[in-house]
Ligand binder design. Sequence first.
Ligand code: PEP
Ligand code: MG
Length: 754
Amino acid sequence: MRGSPAGPRLLLRRLREAMAEPIGAQERLDKIVVLIAANMVAEVCSVYILRADDVLELFATEGLNRSAVHQTTLRVREGLVGLIAAEAIALNLSDARSHPAFAYRPETGEEVYNGFLGVPVLRAGRILGVLVVQNRARRTYSEEEVEALQTTAMVIAEMFAAGGFETIARPGAPLDLRRPMRLHGTVLSDGVGLGYVVLHEPRVVVTDLIGEDVDHELGRLATSLDKLRLSVDDMLARRDVTDGEHRDVLETYRMFARDRGWARKMEDAVRNGLTAEAAVERVQSDTRARMLRSTDPYLRERLHDLDDLANRLLRELIGRPQLDGADKLPKDAIVVARNMGAAELLDYDRDRLRGLVLEEGGPTSHVTIVARALGIPAVGQVAGAVSLVERGDAVIVDGEAGEVHFRPPSDVETAYGEKVRFRARRQAQYRRLRSKPSVTIDGHAVTLQLNAGLLVDMPHLDESAAAGIGLFRTELLFMVASQLPRVNEQVAIYRRVMDAAGDRPVTFRSLDIGGDKILPYLRSVEEENPAMGWRAIRLGLDRPALLRTQIRALLHAAAGRDLRLMFPMVASTAEFRAARSLVDRELRHLKRHAHRIPDYVRLGVMLEVPSLLFEIDELLGEVDFVSVGSNDLFQFMTATDRGNIRVADRYDPLSLPFLRALKRIVDRAALAHVPVSLCGEIAGRPLSAMALIALGYRTISMSPSAIGPVKEMLRALDVGRLRARLLPRLEPGRWNGDLRAFLAEYAAEHDIPV
Ligand code: PEP
Ligand code: MG
């Protein structure tokens, strides 16, 4: 009969009693193996624990030679025990010795045993050890027995997690649970952060493992499953769930939530004596372990959905976990998440946040932009991060090398402590530069401005002593909002930005959305090639309501002051003209209704589409200023997707074609007496900033942390001398060397810190 064996439940009760006894970890484990062996009518029960060196050490046994405890070891993949650990599967064999993986260990005396059942000890999908029972007889264990041993293994996993085993492992062999780990990812935001793990979506921690009343627990499970299914249906029925990815995910949820196999596995675990919540956790841990070992990316992706669903079910059963809200945030918090929205990051207390680790997250994702704005080191694409840590684990985020260290050993921690102090000394050095003029050795003043996009950026103006905001990416405000900001809300925000800037100019850029910058509340169109698609000014001119509202809000906000506004992705002078006529129309409207208007309105373009280079004189004849968007200009000139790490670094901006293009822009603008600045990433790197200044740029805009290093560089630069060396190298047929190498050598020779 399938179902309610009294045995497993009795065993669980006994285990609970053993766990409550005030005894040491080794004694407890010794007791537990005896209990399991007796309950399962097995002659042997052994527990192996995985050590950090990928070795499984025999920690306790009933039936094998006791002298083998802490002596017998197997590598992962070695022997049956090693195979279970490697594959995270149960092995049920009637004749263990004839299995090809069987590894004989004479000291254990196990050669007389034939029947073998081993299961992995798993926690959150991670292998912590292996639990084995053996019999002399050639017997195959029943499905119920396999299930019962798996359930027992879960209790043992909790025991391991509670600690106390470190001291009894073979000396010098730390256990896997606390093993230091170094993981590679992608740099999202520069800097180094040391602190302690805070899980963005804390796992629901199941503390009540052993159920007293099977029917009651089955009832709880059924009710919660029903509620879960209803809530998924509700989500699907909501009107705002349109076609596309979001809907696909929910459809997958619905499929999983209705999966009979999933429900049955959980019911079986309950019948074996677990509480409903422990059953959910048990089944999920098992599924996760198997899926993590799968090489199929589709399956691994589905694991996220299943994890989500299991977490929802746990919440139905035991309520919300304690969220790591701002009030509970430790002083040095490093948030670890699968992924998160930009607004969610802003919910954390900035003063306590030291870093961010994401399993997903790309260099241009919104949360990345916010992390940079907040100056928080962040590393993304760290596979499996969430399941490898517990809340409170020590962690180092290295936003220079793109690495994360979980539970770092003390020498690594010391080395990083030194690195952080070094960076702090550099920052102090840069702060001392704040009051120093931004002028080169030979007397050329260079205006250093900031790139910004959120209100949290504004304090950086004072901190860095930047001369203004050279690029305010307004779309960021829209991206972190949960709904389209109304005109009044926009007015209030723009006003706060201008108030915070005081006398310093702010150059707003109209919405650069579309492509990969999607507003969650606006319908988006799938495009083959979004970077070159219906975005920015194109969208603004075709659907002018959004752009007009923004223009109106900016004009209101700048009443009685100067407004500087530029348009992104302009590809022809005609587009600029069309945008300008929208502004004129709004101005006329405001005047007609006797609204106060700005003292001056200056309109410019982002020069970031190469076609403009070929009508630059016409363009300069119409605009009040231009700002070179070197990120996009370079991407389009070299036909390399800036978000694609395979090609993004293939070509060098410090190369002949690009430097020539930049020179042409600055020269033509000078002739036309039109102010020109540059606000792409190259402005913030000292070496490329040095080249820009040599080409003739006198206003550059960058991220806040770049101001110090760039200022330090330019105060050591003799522009005239560099220009005399650089410009001839840009002439046709004059030189074919490596321009980056030339610039770096020049800097080294002249003691210019780059
Ligand atoms: C650029 O393209 O260089 C630029 C500054 O704008 P964004 O990075 O927002 O596209
Ligand atoms: Mg751009």
